[in-house]
Every structure is written in structure tokens, then in C-alpha cells.
Write a protein that binds this ligand. Structure first.
Ligand SMILES: Cc1ncc(C[n+]2csc(CCOP(=O)(O)OP(=O)(O)O)c2C)c(N)n1
Length: 366
């Protein structure tokens, strides 16, 4: 295994001192080391992988140095546009290092949403003509790969990728761990939400632990899973799936259980919801200020006023709840054409999501 410190020092030695990205469980230890050892202006946990590439490009334009962008392979899709139409050699030729966590690596057991991404990870890089190395877990070999990466970048002024398999990085425990002062866990909030909801309500839950907890709570109470759609992959898109279902099924209450990281990833979707205004739609955002499912790395969720943003985007009503009592009151509030976003502050666990162990199903609505 590679000590995150060793890799970080190799990067610093090569003057790479700017890091941006969206966290991934496979890169958790590496990201934690970066957080603890990098100035806050030089480590930006970005809202999505495409914005991370843009932040890196800006840093390169401003300083001439080679920045690093980290992501899970599922984020390559978000990054393709700025990689090909901004950083590519045939456009602005921006040198940058990509560190990509390889979920769903062929031959390694993983969840359904990672299988295809895992199969095509290297092919996608090849199609983009981004050279890459699968990072060795041997220190000396990894140092050689990093040297080759900088040799290419210096000569070609273009992106180069290091693909990291599971268990490439040795454990590292984050020291700068800010605890969220919250009374309720995400699971307790979901428990309360389903307790007070109608049994025919449709639930669309976001990527990560929220979907797992919804599933497990249904099991615990012997409830049906039939009206739940678990957005296991495709982070940030649950609210739009829910919006579209709500528009087509105006007589059925539809609830989106969202996360702050996911909502921020594609925050423009709030404007689509706010202008469509289906009165059967509830958007419940479980805001723990963190990417809890992949290790608890912070989001800006608690630094900005998400309900105010939703309100400004056209949501009819927004409520906030920090305690179970406030949540129950908010859920029971009835307004004609109620249209809510509730920001619920949940405790962070910091455990990484191992995924669901059940086959995927689609809700049957037609
Ligand atoms: C495009 C993309 N980038 C990254 C990931 C990895 N990932 C899975 S869950 C998650 C964190 C989600 O955070 P949030 O929505 O705040 O929910 P929480 O885990 O805190 O409940 C991340 C980054 C992913 N699945 N897809």
C-alpha cells in the first residue's frame, strides 16, 4: 500500500500544490492527507468533477503550476466536457494530473452502478486520448510512474491520469475533523419521514447511505419497497427523476430524499423544480454538511442557505428542521399546493458506504 504522505510529498516536490475534486471512498485516505496538509485556498472540495477541472485550469492559468484533480471514476462523465473542450491539447492545453478511484474494476466485486463504469474507465481515458497509469501500490514503482506523469505533462502540457485501485492507499485518519452539532442522524430523519408519509407515496432517494437506510428501514418495519426508487448511482440526479415522476403522476405524493453533496452537484436542478412547481412534490434535503457516504469529507452545505436558494429558485415554501420535533412539525404542516424543501441537519458517521446487497428494481407506475 502507498502511504498518502509519500505520494503527497512527490507531488509537492514537483510543485503541485493545488488540489480539487469530489471525494471517493477509494481515495479517502489520500484526500484526508491533502485536507490536513494543504492551505484551504489550495484544496477545494468542488461540487462536481467538471468544476474541479475548471478550478484546476484557473489555478494553472494563474500560477503556471500543475494542479491535481481527484474523483471517483463515476465522475469522469461530469469531467469529460471541460477535459475535452477546455484542458485538451487542441484547445487550451492545460497540464493537470487526474487521480481517479477505480470502482467496479473488472474481477473485483462491486455494486451494480459501478460495473459498467469500471469496465470502461480505461477505455474512456483512451477515447479522450488522456494517457494514464494504473497506480502501483509499490512505493518505488509509484514514484517512477509519477516521474513519467510529470515528464509527459511538462513536454505535452496536457492532462495525465493516475488510476487508483481499491486499497492502493494506506490508512490515514483525518485530523481536521469538524463535528456537526446535530441531534438527529440521517437514518432517524428518514425513519421519521417514512413514518408520517402515506403508504402510497413515492420515494426517490439519493446516492449513498440514504438509499441504503431507506431500504433497511423498509425491511425493519416489514414495509414494501415497491414505491421506492433508489438512485444508487448518478449522484445529483435524484431530484430530477422525482420531479419528472411527480409531473407525470400529479395525484400521487412524490418525495425526493436528497443529500447536500448530491443537491450541490447539480444545483441548477432546483431552478427546474422551482419553475415547474408540481404541488405533489416534496424535496427533503438531509443536510449533514458532508459527503458522509464516502468518508465524511465536508461540503459547503452548512455554509450556505440552501432553503433560501430553493425559495429564490421558485419553491413555494421552504422549512428547516434540526431536531426530530421540528422535523415532525415540518412534515405535518399542510399547505395548499405544498411545495417544500426541508433542510435537515443530520449527524455524520464518516463510515464509507459498502453498498446495497439486493438486486435493483424499478418502481412500476404504469
Ligand atoms: C458523479 C459522482 N461523483 C462521486 C460519487 C461518489 N459518491 C457517492 S455518495 C457521495 C457522497 C454524497 O454526499 P451527500 O449527498 O451529502 O450524502 P451523504 O453521503 O452525506 O448522505 C459521493 C461523493 C458518485 N457516486 N458519483
Amino acid at each position: 500500500m502507498l502511504e498518502p504522505e509519500v505520494i503527497y510529498n512527490e507531488l509537492i516536490k514537483n510543485k503541485t500544490d493545488f488540489f480539487a475534486g469530489v471525494p471517493d471512498s477509494l481515495l479517502k485516505n489520500f484526500c484526508a492527507y491533502i485536507t490536513d496538509h494543504t492551505d484551504e485556498k489550495k484544496h477545494i472540495i468542488s461540487v462536481n468533477e467538471g468544476t474541479a477541472v475548471a478550478l484546476a485550469a484557473g489555478y494553472n492559468l494563474a500560477t503556471g503550476k500543475v494542479p491535481l484533480v481527484y474523483m471517483q471514476n463515476s465522475g469522469i462523465g461530469n469531467a469529460i466536457n471541460p477535459l475535452l473542450s477546455l484542458a485538451d491539447q487542441e484547445v487550451y492545453s492545460i497540464p493537470l494530473i487526474l487521480v481517479i478511484g477505480w470502482r467496479g474494476e473488472p474481477g473485483v466485486k462491486d455494486e451494480p452502478q459501478h460495473i459498467k463504469q469500471g469496465k470502461v474507465t480505461c477505455t474512456l481515458l483512451e477515447a479522450m486520448k488522456i494517457p494514464y497509469a494504473v497506480l502501483s501500490d509499490d512505493e518505488e514503482e509509484a514514484k517512477k510512474q509519477i516521474a513519467a506523469c510529470y515528464a509527459y505533462i511538462t513536454e505535452q502540457n496536457a492532462p495525465y491520469a493516475l488510476v487508483a485501485k481499491k486499497d492502493t492507499f494506506a490508512p490515514y485518519t483525518l485530523r481536521k475533523n469538524e463535528t456537526v452539532n446535530a441531534e438527529m442522524t440521517r437514518e432517524e430523519a428518514i425513519d421519521e419521514i417514512i413514518r408520517v408519509s402515506g403508504e402510497n407515496d413515492i420515494f426517490i432517494s439519493t446516492t449513498g447511505m440514504a438509499s441504503r437506510e431507506l431500504y433497511e428501514l423498509r425491511e425493519k418495519y416489514g414495509m414494501s419497497h415497491e414505491r421506492d426508487f433508489l438512485t444508487v448511482g448518478s449522484m445529483g440526479h435524484a431530484s430530477q427523476i422525482a420531479l419528472s415522476v411527480a409531473l407525470q403522476k400529479p395525484d400521487i405524493p412524490v418525495t425526493c430524499i436528497d443529500g447536500d453533496g448530491a443537491a450541490l452537484m447539480h444545483m441548477g436542478g432546483l431552478a427546474t423544480i422551482g419553475t415547474q412547481k408540481p404541488s405533489n412534490f416534496r424535496h427533503i434535503l438531509l443536510n449533514n454538511g458532508a459527503h458522509d457516504s464516502v468518508g465524511g469529507q465536508p461540503t459547503v452545505g452548512l455554509l450556505i442557505d440552501l432553503p433560501a436558494i430553493a425559495k429564490a429558485a421558485g419553491y413555494k415554501k421552504t422549512l428547516s428542521a434540526k431536531t426530530k420535533k421540528e422535523l415532525t412539525e415540518a412534515l405535518e404542516e399542510k399547505t395548499e399546493g405544498l411545495f417544500l424543501l426541508k433542510s435537515v441537519y443530520g449527524k455524520v458517521h464518516g463510515k464509507t458506504w459498502e453498498g446495497l446487497n439486493q438486486p435493483l428494481w424499478k418502481i412500476k407506475l404504469h
